[in-house]
Write a protein that binds this ligand. Structure first.
Ligand SMILES: [Zn+2]
Ligand SMILES: [Zn+2]
Length: 283
């Protein structure tokens, strides 16, 4: 299981990305749903400071201190620099958790910053990108990136036998190049992302609060169609996960899915509309 996700706009939103033991946002109920998996998490990335994305932290930090697991495992919480709501919560958590068994570190991030997740041959890092939410709310989006190796363009069309020959002659280094591959991208709450920031990602989790454009009264959040357009323009490789869907649409998801199949019978990726208020898993 790669992803466990809960999403209900205004109530609670969080994503557990298991390959790198990351939690994106921490809406209420995150620790009660994750149970012992809370101990697997090493890093939390907060997209912004609205209640539906952060209030689960209080329970989560407490469970990591007293539940049945490694209560000494350090925890790092990353958040958009200067977000005052998160600073207030941070103070509250510090004042009410004076006896933590583990080290808890809060790390502010700007857009365009990197956090190393794994060092080695297949190096992985997280990178932040700017998002646009409501006025005055500092927010960030996130990509999980793996550095991979591939043949340089000049060599890609050569027959296999010739490539093998060149490698035997010790030319492997000069024939190959390192490149960043995005594995996972999360918009947080945002108007449609600039597709270039999530280009070629395998998994795109994008704000899709509104299914009907006319029901959005201000230019905030994204509609499902806008988010789909981002996924298409970004060349998403595997799946577009539409999340943060308003509960008003909970009976409309099947209809939207059917309509989508009619309008776009041959999409190059899977599309999943996450039902608001249900725990959703993705293998
Ligand atoms: Zn939200
Ligand atoms: Zn929000």
């Amino acid at each position: 299981m790669r992803i466990i996700l809960f999403s209900k706009a205004l109530y609670a939103n969080w994503i557990y990305y298991s390959p790198d033991r990351l939690l994106f946002d921490a809406g209420e109920g995150v620790s009660s749903v994750l149970g012992n998996k809370a101990f697997a998490i090493e890093r939390v990335f907060l997209s912004h400071g609205h209640t539906d994305h952060i209030t689960g932290l209080i329970g989560f930090i407490n469970i990591r201190n007293s539940g049945m697991g490694d209560t000494e495992k350090p925890l790092y919480i990353y958040y958009p620099k200067g977000n005052w709501r998160i600073s207030e919560l941070m103070n509250y958590i510090h004042r009410t958790n004076r006896n933590l068994h583990y080290s808890l570190e809060w790390i502010p991030l700007d857009a365009g910053q990197r956090v190393s997740l794994f060092e080695g041959q297949n190096e992985r890092y997280l990178e932040t990108f700017p998002t646009v939410h409501s006025g005055g709310e500092t927010s960030l989006g996130f990509n999980v990136v793996e550095v991979r190796t591939r043949l340089k363009l000049d060599y890609r069309d050569l027959p296999q036998s010739e490539i093998v020959n060149l490698v035997r002659q010790g030319k492997k280094e000069e024939m190959s190049e390192r490149y960043p591959k995005k594995l996972f991208s999360y918009s947080g709450d945002s108007i449609p992302l600039d597709p270039t920031v999530v280009e070629g990602t395998d998994i795109l989790c994008h704000d899709s609060t509104f299914l009907v454009e006319e029901e959005r009264d201000a230019y905030k959040h994204a509609t499902f169609s806008e988010a789909l357009e981002v996924a298409l323009r970004a060349g998403v490789q595997e799946v577009f996960i539409a999340m943060h869907i308003s509960t008003r649409y909970k009976r409309d998801l099947e209809r939207v899915q059917e309509q989508l199949h009619k309008e776009h019978p041959k999409l190059p990726f899977k599309v999943i509309l996450v039902p608001p208020g249900r725990v959703f898993t993705y293998e």
